[in-house]
Design a protein around this ligand. Structure first.
Ligand code: MOS
Length: 742
């Protein structure tokens, strides 16, 4: 019997290369003649450049070129966004950098310095003097938010929903809460800031890039630089964190490619930390209203969730702030609306559970407040309103185990120790609070092409241009292939992160693993079939006449009859067998539409949080955490737990510290550094207890549901609810800083 690998906590196959420094990231590729680029950022939010004084920069030591809109070769303008051209969905902004004198946000790149060293480039960038004709700019979200207009939805991301008459039901409800929430903008802070090394050879481009979207980046660059896609190779074997920030094409990448073309030198552009804040979008701020009405037993009669978010005038889009409210609770009356304002700021973009992470903060805080109003246990209130079918349209849930998640979590966490009275639990000067909240994130898939090759030595190579953004993406596909083919894990190699490989899915929407797994499973099935056909053609194969052998022990066997793949290939005189699977867009779309008409698919979970609040200073420490998740089949117990834990850590930042501060007069981000923008550090994070229910989702490949984003959803509310329990104070404005508790 072969060992099965799916489910086991297999170490990441890329782990050793990373900790020994052998892994090469995008800014770590050396070329003879390599030049370095640095960006010059606008200092006004909106206007026109009237003059650029670059003589001092050009004269500085080591400077090769200063590119501005006056001398840069033209790029083609970005195509407009359309669902029909999926690669257009990853456009960061619509600005045609260095082809225009227009400035659309404070921080927009307006010049690029290319020099012999990164230091020389940055120094010279500081010498470029620019004057502007300033135009009025609208940058203050709080001031503009009342003038929001309804978000345009689409089939994948509806922006509104209505059932019954929620306002009337709210007015008539025996018990109700009606709360307004505000959440700040957030920025990306991956360990590896965005980086590009661009190398032109004639009209062929090699790009080392830190990206979550190899395929669409390549097609975007082909369009912008007027070369065939086949002339571009994007290499991205390692990505030091993505979180959605590397899911679109931003200025740094485009300008590195442009600078390399203009200077005929390989060019590396590694964004500074501040450079990421000024050129890569982040999470929208929001205002939200959640109003809930219930009868005196706690049955919901009205659920209203509305939101306002912002985009940039030159890009960005709606986030799914109210989407979990479509699925979490049964209510005869539901009203959901998402609205937007457009500001003269850098566009928003994907950031771990875009919309859902802040939307669940509001919804799950309001549920907790309703439980307080009702004098009910918050878990009991949730279970009372747990829907049997999708509340909006009665569709079936493909799979849903929130009840079990709460049951298991309550036990592991010790929920019954909780005294429900606010402020009643103490530990010396600390007020102790316990809170719960639900996690919810939809399950998506994208098309993925793979090939699987079996060598004469029995070795297996899986090839797919997917993205290793630090999650163990390749490792889990190796586990799946090893099981499907019945070979040891050591004999499987998974090649990822290269546009020369079969096109992988974007690493986004928590969909990469399931997307690739579907095709890996299909390919392995085909490969077993091909191997069997090959064996059966040979008169002396022990597999002759065998119909349905098992893949195990490095070959195909039925009972004691069978042989290894190596023997099958040797007998047939073949040095390898290779099959391809996946990637058919039409077939994929048809399946997606059929699936979506039948099922609501999602990952979900229950967060249990304990906080300690200093009764004198209001300091909040998260002291314990349990998360129980329904994410279908667990492929790798270690990487799955790490993903969920990472989501919770990021959520603790969202709850307690993360906040991008934008000067309302100038539109400038004023805390563009890790010194001023606070993400949780080890001292802020307790041991996080993760448990997965590990029941397959019957509609997903191998029953697995993506785990990248569900972990962060609900976290803001779990913390806020624990703080409410500790202090009696409901904080409706993130982050929960100590001034809000005094
Ligand atoms: Mo995710 S926000 O789709 O990387």
């Amino acid at each position: 019997m072969s060992i099965k690998y799916v489910g086991r906590p297999v170490d990441r196959l890329d782990g050793r290369d990373k900790i020994t420094g052998r892994a090469r990231f995008a800014a770590e590729h050396d070329y003879p003649d390599l030049a370095h680029a640095a960006l010059v950022h606008s200092t006004v939010a909106r206007g026109r450049i009237t003059a650029i004084h670059a003589d001092a920069a050009r004269a500085a030591k080591g400077v090769i070129e200063v590119l501005t809109h006056e001398n840069a070769p033209a790029m083609k303008p970005p195509p407009s966004r359309s669902l029909l051209n999926l690669s257009s969905m990853v456009i960061g902004t619509s600005v045609n950098y260095l082809a225009t004198d227009e400035v659309h946000w404070n921080g927009q790149p307006v010049a690029v310095v290319v020099a012999e060293s990164p230091e020389a480039a940055r120094h010279a960038a500081g010498l470029v003097r620019i004057t502007y004709e300033e135009l009025p700019a609208v940058v203050d979200f709080a001031a503009e938010e009342p003038n929001a207009t309804p978000q345009k939805g689409n089939a994948l991301m509806p922006a509104a929903a209505n059932k019954g008459d929620a306002e009337a039901a709210l007015a008539a409800a025996a018990v109700s809460v009606d709360l307004r929430f505000t959440t700040p903008p957030h920025n990306h802070n991956a360990i590896e800031p965005h980086a590009t090394t661009a190398v032109w050879d004639g009209d062929r481009l090699t790009l080392h890039e830190s990206t979550q979207t190899i395929t669409w980046l390549r097609s975007h660059l082909a369009q912008r630089f007027g070369v065939p896609e086949g002339n571009i190779r994007v290499l991205s074997p390692y990505v030091g964190g993505g979180f959605g920030g590397k899911g679109s094409v931003w200025a740094g990448t485009l300008l590195a490619v442009l600078a390399a073309r203009a200077t005929r030198r390989p060019v590396r552009l590694a964004l500074t930390r501040a450079g990421v804040y000024h050129t890569v979008g982040g999470r929208t701020p929001s205002t939200q209203r959640v109003a809930l009405g219930a009868d005196s037993d706690g049955k919901l009669t009205a659920l209203i969730h509305t939101s306002v978010a912002r985009t940039g005038r030159v890009g960005g889009g709606g986030e799914q702030i109210t989407s979990a409210s479509r699925h979490l609770y049964d209510s005869p009356n539901i009203r959901l609306r998402q609205s937007l304002v457009q500001l003269d700021l850098l566009s928003n973009t994907f950031m771990r559970a875009p919309g859902e992470s802040i939307g669940t903060y509001a919804l799950e805080s309001a549920m907790d407040e309703l439980a307080c109003e009702l004098g009910m246990d918050p878990i009991e209130l949730r279970m009372l309103n747990e829907p049997a079918r999708n509340p909006m349209d009665g569709k079936r849930f493909a799979h849903r185990m929130l009840r079990e998640a709460y049951e298991v979590g309550a036990e592991r966490f010790g929920w019954r120790e909780r005294d429900p009275r606010p402020g009643s639990m103490r530990d010396g000067r600390w007020l102790v609070g316990m809170g719960v909240a639900s996690a919810y994130h939809p399950a998506f898939q994208l098309p993925a092409s793979v090939t699987v090759r079996l060598g004469a030595d029995g070795g297996v190579v899986v090839r797919c241009g997917l993205h290793e953004i630090g999650v163990g993406a390749a490792t889990v596909q190796a586990q799946i292939a090893a099981d499907e083919l019945g070979v040891p894990l050591e004999s499987v190699r998974v090649e990822v992160g290269d546009s020369d490989l079969p096109a992988g899915p974007m690493a986004g929407g928590s969909g990469q693993t399931a997307s690739a797994a579907a095709s890996v499973l299909e390919a392995c099935r085909k490969l077993r079939r091909s191997a069997l056909d090959l064996a059966r053609k040979s008169p002396d194969s022990p597999l002759r006449g065998v119909r349905d052998p098992q893949a195990r022990d490095g070959g195909l066997y039925q009972g004691s009859r069978g042989e290894t793949y190596a023997a099958i290939l040797a007998r047939a005189g073949r040095d390898h067998l290779e099959v391809a699977a996946g990637g058919g867009m039409l077939r994929f779309m048809a399946k997606t539409v059929r699936d979506r008409s039948r099922w609501v698919k999602a990952a979900s979970g229950a967060h249990f949080c304990e906080v300690r609040v200093d009764r004198d200073t209001g300091e909040v420490r998260v002291s314990r955490w349990t998360g129980v998740f329904d994410v279908g089949t667990v492929i790798n117990a270690k990487t799955v737990a790490s993903q969920l834990r990472g989501g919770i850590v990021m959520g603790i930042g969202l709850a307690l510290s993360e906040e991008t501060l934008i000067d309302p007069r100038t539109g400038r981000v004023v805390n563009a550094s890790l010194a001023d923008y606070h993400v949780p550090v080890h001292a802020d994070v307790p041991r996080i207890d993760i448990h997965c229910l590990d029941e397959p989702d019957p509609t997903m490949p191998l029953g697995l549901v993506g785990v990248g984003e569900v972990g962060i959803t609900g976290v803001g509310a779990a913390v806020a609810n624990a703080v409410r329990h500790a202090t009696g104070k409901r904080v409706t404005d993130l982050p929960i800083t100590l001034d809000k508790l005094l």
